[in-house]
Design a binder for this molecule. Sequence first.
Ligand SMILES: Cc1cc2nc3c(=O)[nH]c(=O)nc-3n(C[C@H](O)[C@H](O)[C@H](O)COP(=O)(O)OP(=O)(O)OC[C@H]3O[C@@H](n4cnc5c(N)ncnc54)[C@H](O)[C@@H]3O)c2cc1C
Length: 375
Amino acid sequence: MARDREFDLIVVGGGIAGGAAALRAAQYLLRVLWIRGDKRTAKRSRGLWVANIDNMIGVHEGIVRKKVLKLLRGGEYQAARKLLADAPRMAVSSRDIIENTVERIEAEFADYVEVLDLAADGARWDGDGGAFVVRCGDAEHRGAALVLATGVMDRQPSILKTKGGEARDEVKWIYPWANREDILYCIRCEGHLTVIGRAAVIGYSEAAAQLAMMLQERYGSACCLLTNGAEPEWSEESRRVLEAYGIGVHRDRITDLTGDGDGMRALQLENGEAVEVRFALVALGLYRVYNDLARQLGAELADPGKPEEERHVLIDRRGETSVPGLFAVGDMATRADEPVMKQVYTAQEYAVRAIDSIDHRRRRRMRAAKLGTPG
Ligand SMILES: Cc1cc2nc3c(=O)[nH]c(=O)nc-3n(C[C@H](O)[C@H](O)[C@H](O)COP(=O)(O)OP(=O)(O)OC[C@H]3O[C@@H](n4cnc5c(N)ncnc54)[C@H](O)[C@@H]3O)c2cc1C
């Protein structure tokens, strides 16, 4: 095995949380290895689904500049101008933000940050060397601290669609609609879109019922719950609230999604019914929390009673796990004292708190060394 040199910290994960951690650490002039993941892990990235972030401020102007330059490529000034003038706003995606972060780090902090487009396959604590050791293929990398930002993936509804005369029960039928923001996943981030049209909630849990009520109360947009073949699990009280709001419950399997260039029009059910909606909010919980590295290092998990691979990593207010020096940030992490937060801005906040802690400890050691006292 090749043994690499040691970094102040290693960041694993190439999404918003990992990017925010790598950039902040670079700005503190810490020596960072940023392991961003590869094509395989990119498929798990929630961030890559986000085509349009419109609920946060502070997007770096470099992103807009790049988009305008792209529009102007080839000297088509008038066409580019028309595109810009006609659009009510310019959508900025997570992918745009991450690309911009990598470009900034490579241009401004190349002496401090090494970027690896690889997946981290394993992690262990080397007690003798006092370092975390992260394995990528045949190479091992050592860091005094480790920040995990490997994200989560939502559970998708399986659609019983007939194609070419054959019924195929698969989640992939949903993806084109998810990419167009007709299928939604986050009420805090995307719920406001439903002001323009009715929305169904796909789910059968208490959380699904609560989301349907919230859509109704905030936007007047919830028309029904689709359990997609499952038995409802919500409480009697929720059943009464749903009924009072006139939010219908359909228990048949979903067999197709239909629409046109203007968006989704209906969800087709197995009983032949077409539920006319502009949006559907998926509320089926998580398929995976990518917590493998945290588990290998013995970090405590939240959500007791759930399967290991669906449990968030428990962190304190600094973003630190139960393993000293091991931090978890972004969607994969949760605190005991607040609800699970899964947004771009919370991913950034968790990341910044973690880097502040790592920097604080490093500076404390520097001071102690200066004074010749124990660190
Ligand atoms: C459809 C949709 C729309 C959303 N819209 C908004 C919005 O408008 N506003 C908002 O605030 N939030 C929005 N969110 C939430 C937001 O996208 C997430 O909160 C945010 O992306 C979380 O960032 P993250 O870095 O924790 O995880 P992710 O973005 O999922 O990144 C995880 C990263 O880890 C990498 N990785 C995984 N395993 C490994 C490994 N072993 N080694 C190396 N790398 C690995 C992956 O490749 C990926 O780069 C939306 C989410 C969805 C699904």
